[in-house]
Each structure stands twice: as C-alpha cells, then as structure tokens.
Ligand binder design. Structure first.
Ligand code: SF4
Ligand code: SF4
Length: 264
C-alpha cells in the first residue's frame, strides 16, 4: 500500500511586519512534531524550497494594500483547501489600516521622494474582505499556543478550541486586580478578545486591544467609562485606533467618538 500523503501546508505573507510568521517559527520544539505531521510546501521566511500547490492548509499573514495583493490572494484561495488568516494585519488590516482614516495621496507625497514609483491602494483591508476565509486567528502577534491548537484541530478534523470571550475573563482567572476599576488606567480588555493570557494587565498596564474586538463588545459602555475617568475624546479615539483600527467594532467606536466631538 502506498504511504498516506501528508497534508501540504503553506505560509504566505502580505503587508505585515513578519511577526506572526516569527511566532510560527517560535514554536521551536512543537514545530518538529508539526513538521513530522505535514509537508511544509511553501514558507519563505523559513526555507527557499518551494513546492507547487494545491495546499491542504494555507496560513496567511498580512493585509491587502495593493492591486497585486488583491489579485494574488484570489490565486492563493484557489490553491487552498483550508485557509486560515493569522494576526491583526490579516484579520483586520493591521496598524497600516490607519491610512483608511487619512488621505493616502497626501502621505505618498510627504513620505516618498519619488511618489510616482509607489503603487498602493487607498486602504489596508483584511483578507476576509477579499476572499472567503475558513478561520481567523487573532493577535499582534498571534499566540503560539492558539496557533498550535488551530493546526492540531485542522489535522484532527475538528473545530479549534479558541475562546471568543474578553481579556477580562483571563484577568479574573489570573487573579489580576482590575487596572481600570482599581487604578483608573484606560484598558480595552472588556471589549478585546482573549488569547494573550492578559499579558498587559498582568504587568499593571491597560490592554490596547491587539487581539481585536471580542464577540459582543460593549464599546458604548466602555467609552462612557473612559470619559468618566477623565479621558478626552481624542485620546479615546486614539485608543481604538491601533492594531485593529479597521476591525468593524473598533472602527465604529472611534468614529462615534469623532462624530460626537465634531457635534460639540
Ligand atoms: S499582526 Fe502584528 S505581529 Fe503579526 S504581522 Fe501584523 S504587525 Fe506583525
Ligand atoms: S492585554 Fe491586550 S494589548 Fe496586551 S497582549 Fe493582551 S490583547 Fe494584546
């Protein structure tokens, strides 16, 4: 009997800092087990060797910021049975989506000596805005534990066990004293998806939402609380405009603060 074919896995990069691909490499010991269970067909951050598609699992890092990106992601989708996006860039557009609130033409002229050589879209958007995505793994960067769970679930043919509750729940489980209530520190933990283990509040810092909005974020209530703490509207707006500025719930929150500010 011929040996069973291993699933072919590919890792692709779009507009991003490579941090999520480094999180894949950061799995170190576990990578050996993964590498034994799959064929790494295309992972340019790790190897020059490339096997042609189709692929059983494609991991996609980064956002769509050029016409070329928009065409390439469609080709990758056509080559991939299961496609998982990894990180804030791929799942919401990333920090580079701040351009969505400004004028790209202006930036192009100010930043580049020869702007005519720069070909770019006016927006940075999530991969799911362009193609159907089978699973989104959040974080900036992603958690290696969640990545291992997502890959294991794919290999075992089951749904990944990735919680969509808020960072607050992780704080409670760690026994953290709430930085928002006890110290008055601005914190997006109540509206941010868990997964990091509440790293920032554990070091007495507010969460700035790098895992993006949780499943039912009550941003209206949090904005009211932040203002009660004395935060000025522009500061509240900036809090929602970081790595997941273009995630619909965070985008709506920052725009509602901006609109209210414009009315007063
Ligand atoms: S999500 Fe964060 S760590 Fe990952 S590629 Fe984007 S900027 Fe880098
Ligand atoms: S506490 Fe918030 S900002 Fe800090 S790592 Fe976790 S999700 Fe990201």
């Amino acid at each position: 009997m011929p040996p069973e074919r291993k699933p072919r896995v590919a890792v692709f990069k779009f507009a991003s800092c490579d941090g999520c691909q480094l999180s894949v490499l950061d799995c170190e010991d576990e990578l050996l087990a993964i590498a034994g269970a799959v064929d790494i067909a295309d992972f340019r951050e790790a190897s020059k060797a490339v096997l042609e598609g189709p692929y059983d699992l494609s991991l996609v890092e980064g956002s769509v910021t050029t016409e070329h990106d928009a065409a390439r992601i469609k080709e990758i989708r056509a080559q991939s049975k299961f496609l998982m996006t990894i990180g804030a860039c791929a799942t919401s557009g990333g920090i580079q989506a701040l351009r969505n609130f400004g004028n790209v033409e202006e930036y192009r002229k100010v930043v580049y000596a020869r702007p005519e050589y720069i070909s770019t879209l006016a927006t940075s958007t999530a991969i799911a805005d362009h193609i159907p995505v089978d699973f989104e793994l959040r974080g900036c960067p992603i958690s290696k534990f969640q990545l291992l769970e997502a890959i294991a679930s794919f290999l075992q043919g089951r749904a990944p066990n990735i919680p969509n509750e808020s960072v607050c729940n992780e704080c409670k489980r760690r026994g953290n004293i709430c930085v928002l209530v006890a110290h008055g520190t601005p914190c997006l933990g109540p509206v941010t998806q868990a997964g990091c283990g509440a790293i920032c509040p554990s070091f007495v810092r507010g969460c700035y939402g790098c895992f993006g909005p949780q499943v039912t974020p009550n941003t209206v209530s949090l904005i009211s609380e932040l203002k009660t703490l004395g935060m000025a509207p522009p500061a509240v707006q900036r809090l929602f405009r970081t790595f997941n500025a273009n995630a619909p719930a965070f985008r709506a929150a920052s725009e509602s603060v901006a609109a209210e500010e414009a009315r007063t």
